[in-house]
Design a protein around this ligand. Structure first.
Ligand code: DHB
Ligand code: MG
Length: 233
């Protein structure tokens, strides 16, 4: 006969249950599995100089993979930075594919263009638009894009999702960086504005009827979802 659980013994909170045997050394191994070259290293150095945080190498490799699987011709990026994620995306896209990348900082975009040039990317393959994402995105064409990568202001993530669902073709993919937001998203005690916004977009994506979602635990978390063929979104 099994004994009743004493009233004061609660189940461990879900975030404390260890559901993976993978040790930190293996996470590091996976993160570095696809090596970065000198061009990406100098783009990272420029990012450090101007104080922006690019996606990690594991997240970058995942972006390139997604662009390659989609044979992407048209990609939108929110948050150009110094071109780390943009270069990963361009390297996965078709050789005639065009990256449309939006950032509020025109100076950062100048550095991103240097990154792309150093990598030998033809200048017409990167369309940089400076301005606030929520001003620029409404001007882009509905249903025209294969992939939308969101890495701008975390507080605007739900608004980016709405725009992305309009911009994507059926079968297209939306991606959010920082889906785990420095381990804060999984910790319900963290209630700051950015954490709440990232947690909320995760919920919206997971519950959306016309999306096929996955949260990849690479870098700082990459939330990925395919817009279904049938859905009106
Ligand atoms: C930070 C990291 C990011 O990837 C980002 O998009 C914004 C901020 C950070 O670590 O502060
Ligand atoms: Mg980011």
């Amino acid at each position: 006969m099994s004994r009743a659980r004493p009233a004061d013994r609660r189940l461990a909170p879900i975030q404390e249950v260890i559901i993976t045997p993978i040790k930190p050394a293996s996470w590091t191994f996976a993160e570095q599995f696809v090596a970065e070259d000198d061009v990406l290293a100098s783009a990272r150095a420029r990012a450090e100089e101007v104080g922006v945080t690019p996606i990690g190498s594991g997240g970058g490799a995942a972006l390139r993979f997604l662009a390659a699987v989609l044979e992407a011709r048209t990609v939108v990026e929110i948050g150009t930075g110094t071109g780390v994620s943009g270069l990963w995306l361009l390297r996965g896209m078709r050789s005639d594919g065009v990256l449309t990348t939006v950032d509020i900082e025109a100076e950062h975009q100048r550095l991103a263009k240097e990154t792309f040039a150093e990598a030998g990317i033809a200048s017409q393959r990167a369309r940089t638009i400076s301005g606030a994402a929520l001003d620029v995105l409404p001007r882009l064409t509905d249903g025209h894009y294969d992939l939308v990568f969101c890495d701008g202001d975390k507080r605007e993530y739900s608004a980016y999702l709405k725009e992305a669902l309009r911009l994507l073709r059926p079968g297209g993919v939306v991606v959010f960086d920082n889906a785990l937001w420095h381990d804060r998203v999984a910790d319900p005690a963290q209630r700051d504005e950015e954490t709440v916004a990232v947690r909320e977009v995760g919920r919206q994506v997971a519950e959306h009827e016309d999306l096929v979602p996955v949260l990849l635990p690479v870098s700082d978390g990459l939330l990925v979802a395919k817009k279904e063929w049938s859905g009106e979104a």
